[in-house]
Ligand binder design. Structure first.
Ligand SMILES: Cc1cc2nc3c(=O)[nH]c(=O)nc-3n(C[C@H](O)[C@H](O)[C@H](O)COP(=O)(O)O)c2cc1C
Ligand SMILES: Nc1ccn([C@@H]2O[C@H](COP(=O)(O)OP(=O)(O)O)[C@@H](O)[C@H]2O)c(=O)n1
Ligand SMILES: [Mg+2]
Length: 232
């Protein structure tokens, strides 16, 4: 998913972020000195310090300045950014770079039904996904591992459903990724992960749409485990 994250950073900053992650700064606040970092980046102290500052400004890195150096910690946005780089390398080097997400079926607030059936969206679903989706979204709560893997979606090209407006308000865009949905009962496609740009869900939830009610065709109930195979 294209996730806006403060300011854009360049290749040099990203390389610095990777180095910090290699030092362990993904898992916990990690002490670094600018001199040491400068040596490893083959750059001046000033350059190293500027890169850290830019990473912090872009919300990719948290910093704590100490008397004799600083402690740095890669933020969740920073981790997503690295995951997305990783996804690119997987696509370059691995024959099977497909993404599988695991989650359990949950109920939401019944808003999915409302949004899916709005004519401004429905018209686009039929045109761009080649099916009329069932009225609603099947919500999954992802496992911790899959929350991390989800960032790999950003390396793929989604089907874009554009935002629109009526007399009262504006509606945001949504991004659809083709998937097949597997449960103990079998596998179903076509289906899509739908990622609305505006949503009250966090990273740990995904929503699925399909031409049929997945709870019926796959005999799903809250708490059941589901694997989503994302198509390349
Ligand atoms: C196609 C689509 C478009 C959406 N657009 C908006 C929007 O413009 N504004 C908004 O607040 N929520 C929007 N939502 C998100 C819903 O408010 C809600 O977060 C989400 O669909 C979860 O609903 P559920 O938990 O009831 O299934 C959209 C959802 C979908 C499926
Ligand atoms: N393709 C779909 C879409 C929704 N659903 C279910 O249909 C119902 C209506 O969807 P919704 O998004 O409005 O509801 P919640 O996800 O908020 O519970 C929910 O029980 C979804 O889990 C489904 O089984 N298959
Ligand atoms: Mg839903």
């Amino acid at each position: 998913m294209a996730e806006p994250s403060g300011q854009a950073v360049g290749r040099d900053e990203l390389a610095t972020l990777k180095l910090l992650a290699l030092e362990g700064a993904l898992d916990e606040p990690t002490k670094v000195s600018c001199a040491d970092l400068a040596g490893r980046l083959d750059a001046s102290n000033q350059t190293a310090s500027r890169r850290l500052q830019r990473l912090e400004d872009a919300d990719l890195l948290d910093r704590d300045i100490l008397g004799d150096g600083q402690e740095v910690h890669v933020t969740s946005t920073g981790e997503r950014r690295l995951q997305s780089e990783y996804a690119d390398y997987r696509r370059i080097f691995e024959a099977d770079a497909s993404v599988h997400l695991n989650g359990i079926v949950t109920s939401g607030m019944g808003e999915g039904r409302h949004y899916i059936t709005l004519p401004g969206y429905m018209k686009q679903f039929i045109e761009r996904l080649d099916y009329e989706p069932f009225a609603g979204t099947l919500n999954l709560e992802l496992t911790d591992d899959s929350v991390r893997k989800r960032a790999r979606l950003s390396a793929l090209e989604p089907v874009t459903i554009e935002g629109w407006e009526d007399d009262e308000r504006t509606y945001g865009p949504a991004y659809c990724y083709p998937v097949s949905v597997e449960s103990g009962d079998g596998e179903y496609e076509p289906a899509h992960i739908i990622a609305p740009e505006r949503t009250h869900h966090g990273e740990e939830k995904v929503e699925l749409i399909a031409p049929e009610k997945l709870r019926d065709v796959l005999e799903l109930a809250d708490g059941d485990e589901v694997t989503v195979h994302v198509s390349e």
